[in-house]
Design a protein around this ligand. Structure first.
Ligand code: ATP
Length: 203
């Protein structure tokens, strides 16, 4: 069976990645969410969780045996070496699980949601094209304030840790502009769907 064309989807917090992915799902296109995969590889009983506990100690496990993300974040937050260590445990497992999920896909193309694709630096080997979901920062801030009940300063602080709009757009092969209503998003997604089907067909 032909491998699906893999489109990486990225965008800043609250830009509308989930909204855009859902618009593709409504057309029957599968979406793999790497945030979900990152959680799946450290479920209780997994080799991933055992490796994290070996490297970081039992303090990163909750009483129920799940990963205590707050404790782990506290350790890696201000220690780049420990963060790299954590990434060296998680990233290969995430990649392997994504590869398995890709094997199961029968659609001509699929989306791979990677919120921090640009921040990751080097080119992601599992992605053939990059789709950036873009909107002006004021809209991003307003949406996240409304959704997550955060202050403007709190949203701005999160955005400070992410790539800038320009950095993201500079690596985009395709862009969905999500600055008005949902019908306009679906219209752009329909056009991309036709393009991706044609690209998948001719590669
Ligand atoms: P995160 O980075 O936090 O995962 P995201 O990029 O996936 O977020 P969404 O969850 O899709 O973004 O959108 C953020 C919020 O803005 C949601 O509450 C969503 O319902 C709302 N939203 C997104 N796009 C639109 C739109 N075009 N019109 C109105 N509301 C929207």
């Amino acid at each position: 069976m032909k491998k699906p064309l893999v489109i990486g989807v990225t965008g800043g917090i609250g830009s509308g990645k989930s909204t855009v992915c859902n618009a593709f799902v409504s057309l029957g296109i599968p979406v793999i969410d790497t945030d979900q995969v990152a959680r799946d590889v450290v479920v209780p009983g997994s080799a991933g969780l055992a490796a994290v506990a070996t490297a970081f100690g039992a303090d990163v496990l909750s009483a129920e045996g799940t990963l205590d993300r707050v404790a782990l974040r506290r350790i890696v937050f201000s220690d780049p070496q420990r963060r790299r260590e954590l990434e060296s445990i998680l990233h290969p497992r995430i990649r392997a699980r994504v590869a398995e999920l890709l094997q199961e896909i029968t659609a001509p193309y699929c989306l791979l949601g990677i919120p921090l694709l640009v921040e990751g630096g080097k080119k992601n080997q599992q992605v053939e094209r990059v789709l950036v979901v873009d909107c002006p920062e004021e809209i991003q801030i307003a949406r996240v304030m409304a959704r997550d009940k955060l202050t403007e300063q709190e949203v701005a602080a999160i955005m400070q840790t992410q790539a800038t709009r320009e950095e993201r757009l500079s690596v985009a092969d395709d862009v969905v502009t999500n600055s008005s209503d949902l019908a306009i998003v679906q219209h752009q997604v329909n056009a991309l769907h036709a393009r991706y089907l044609a690209l998948a067909e001719h590669r």
